[in-house]
Design a binder for this molecule. Sequence first.
Ligand code: BGC
Length: 497
Amino acid sequence: MASTGRPEETGERGRPTERGPLPDGFLFGVATAGFQVEGGFNGPGQPANNWLAWEQVGRVAPSGDAVDFWRRPEEALDRAAALGCDSFRFSVEWARVQPEPTGIDQAALDHYVAIAEACVDRDLTPLVTLHHFTHPQWLGEDLWLRPDAVARFEAWARVVVPALAPTVRHWVTLNEINVMGLMTYLLGAFPPGRLAGIDDTAVALDNLLAAHVRAYDVIHAERPDAVVTTNNSCMTVYEYDRMLLDVLLSRSMGVERRDLDGWIAERRRGHYDMLPTPGMGEALLRRVGRAVAPYGSSGRWGSVPRRALDAVEASPHERTLDVLGVDYYDPQASRHFRLPGHGTAGGRNPLPVRELWDDPPDPAGLTRWLGIQATLTPGLPLWVVENGLCNRLRNGRSFGRLDGWDRPRYLRANVAAVVDAVDAGVPVEGYWHWSLVDNYEWGSYEPRFGIHGVDRDRGGPGGTWLETDAMGRDAAGTYRSVIAGLRAGDRSVLQQD
Ligand code: BGC
């Protein structure tokens, strides 16, 4: 039975100490992504990815050296190990390994293998992402609309997986399929930056789901004991999160293709039954999501090829998720919109959207969300693949959050929320904090998410890592004590100061 998430059960109250440690094998980690940490993309003579044009015309900040992870991964891995983590998530960058349409850069691929081995040397289980929002520039900004996108991605998986599988058992095929589709074609925030491209969004999501299935098959053919997931960013609007999972899981849940649309309509009802009553804005977004859905609707979007279903049916595996990955920031879709010009930490925002540094933490919501996922997909273990808090750094000045939250408090409260879910019987098997270190946040170095801050003006390429986070707090010390305490069965480490 999942927790109801009521404040007296979850959140930041004192944690019960009488229960034992987390289940054996529970993984604590930190999550990173190649383009955000490696550095060395999109400059002269460097591998180019789908963000090249935006960097060149100055639409986004240059990614530059990021934190120079490519040249000094050991520093990051040592820091992760020093936190007491037993897992490290990183992505293999397609543009780095295949910078040109023909041939591969074997040295780059070998370097990724060495990074995975360096994880193992430090008792960090590598969790490898095959696609984290980027692809080679030569594939064009609209890769995910191309009819050959799925075959291209499968070919990419066939390059990487055989090289890494001897060392890597845990995989994310594609990071946040839902965010990739929405940011690229609906919200205009990822290249090519299209706004309100409703049917393009549906086509891209369909291709991304099909690509997941093919990559799952490739990984399992190479390594039958692999644990494979994809990790949507939790979102209340059914069509942009749970529906995508339902399409993937339909076959394993005994749904025939001809019955899919009716089943999706039922699943939508079940999903909304479990979520708190929305306000007007939320109700509106839910209606829009339903009206434009490529599944379970009147079929208005019949032009979506449904390659995802073809892939699900053709797979030798009935179910192509071994575990359900969730990225938990703020799932409530309507809360991401604001009146233009609202005040925000470090300035005013002229846009009708909320800034990342104003995302409200909601640990009780995390417990509830995990419970809902377990109810909707019985028997599938869960991973929290990302969860983190943002603050703003602008012109060298770090701004605190308007709501007063900091990372130590956030870490304790959110890990406590996971523990609450586990106590309530939800099979959560891992937690990866986003992120180990401040990094390149999709076009900007202003949003800061790191347990470790970085002084970008000191030291060589990639700057100097700080012991504290960008707000000057000891987030590293907190995570270290939380991990060590929970491993020893001491829940008092989750108590707030
Ligand atoms: C993405 C990360 C990103 C983080 C914080 C997730 O959507 O996977 O790449 O940095 O959220 O915004």
